[in-house]
Design a binder for this molecule. Structure first.
Ligand code: SAM
Ligand code: SF4
Length: 339
């Protein structure tokens, strides 16, 4: 295919640190549609969804990943919107695993459709799953997600464990006065189960009316968790932004992801591709590189590799949440970008 840079690893200098950073992780949003409307992600009225023809086809996504793979990409997370509502999700996973050879292939899902799909997802080549779950109270769950059924999610989690999609990670966004009293309950889960519980700070996006005071920082969450027992730091960071710990005597892992209080840009190893083919070097920057026209007119591999390199080189050293004030009007909802 004549891509001269195909074997070059995606590395770039991190300004101010004098080190090299390896960009080997791609998050792909495969749809902006969702079967929920979580209060921290979307406005009550929902968001304008893309037209079908705007969304990248499986063939287009696979070609992009093939080129990125030759450029150093090894890990892919599929997200959305809700990725499991995409009709051909199993074929996409099969192609990414079997045809491209992605080593670490995972998905982030709200879990509503997981029970019926876990086995097929595993069979298609999915390695791991992250389930977003912010409360263990059915009524709260209905309120936070604007209509979701908690027991369906739990059945999905058990089906994923049964299918061997491990380690199973649970993403929890603590919101002040809404579910932050459940932080310890989530942490306690790790005594019984080998789940990874990841507490994620509430971020400003165009889909929510973010106020700094609504965000429960990782420091606050950690203090709550530490009241249960000794927290031992774990050396592995899984190549991502999570700072990981284990409570003494626990089986599972507790992770803190702190995009607001402790921006981790210097170690950020990822690019994001939206469902309509916009490549984003950073979640909190308006900079986007539109790869869809190049995929649609079948530009040369080298041209696409150049766009990937441009995205890698544009990754910022830091972002600006603390400077954004109360809202971030230029940002769209995470369901549209791909969270
Ligand atoms: N629908 C799937 C789900 O909920 O898992 C995948 C897409 S969702 C946008 C991906 C992740 O982004 C979820 O774990 C969700 O909790 C998180 N998220 C969405 N909006 C957020 C926000 N404003 N701050 C922090 N995390 C957010
Ligand atoms: Fe909730 Fe995920 Fe849908 Fe956003 S995309 S509304 S976080 S389920």
């Amino acid at each position: 295919m004549g891509c001269t840079r195909s074997s070059m690893p995606a590395v770039l200098p991190v300004p101010g640190e004098g080190t090299l950073r390896r960009i080997d992780y791609l998050r792909i949003s495969v749809t902006d549609r969702c079967n929920l409307k979580c209060v921290y992600c979307m406005p009550a009225a929902g968001v304008n969804c893309m037209e079908k023809h705007e969304v990248l086809s499986t063939t287009e996504i696979v070609r992009f990943v093939q080129i990125a793979y030759r450029y150093g990409l090894r890990k892919v997370r599929i997200t959305g919107g809700e990725p499991l509502v995409r009709g051909d999700i199993l074929s996409l996973i099969r192609a990414l695993k079997q045809d491209v050879g992605i080593r670490d292939l995972s998905i982030t899902t709200n879990g509503l459709l997981l029970e019926g799909m876990a086995e097929q997802l595993k069979h298609a080549g999915l390695d791991r799953v992250n389930v977003s779950l912010d409360t263990m109270d059915p009524e709260r769950y209905r309120n936070i997600t604007r209509g979701g059924a908690l027991d369906t999610v739990w059945r999905g989690i058990e089906a994923a464990v049964e299918a061997g999609l491990a380690p199973l990670k649970i993403n929890m966004v603590p919101l002040r006065g809404i579910n932050d009293d459940e932080v310890r309950d989530f942490a306690r889960l790790t005594y019984e189960r080998d789940f990874h519980i990841r507490f994620i700070e509430f971020m400003p996006t165009g889909g929510n009316a973010w106020r700094r005071t609504d965000c429960v920082t990782s420091g606050e969450v950690r203090a709550q968790v530490a009241s249960l027992g000794r927290l031992t730091p774990l050396l592995f960071r899984g190549g991502g932004p999570s700072r990981n710990y284990r409570l003494s005597g626990a089986r599972g892992v507790i992770g803190f992801i702190s995009p607001v209080s402790d921006h981790f840009c210097g170690s950020c190893n990822r690019l994001r591709l939206s469902a309509d083919g916009k490549l984003r070097p950073c979640l909190f920057s308006d900079q986007i590189i539109d790869v869809r026209p190049h995929l649609r007119r079948r530009s040369a591999d080298r041209d696409l590799a150049d766009l990937i390199e441009q995205a890698v080189r544009s990754k910022p050293a830091g972002h600006f949440i603390e400077r954004l004030g109360t809202t971030a009007p230029s940002l769209v909802s995470l369901s549209q970008i791909g969270g």
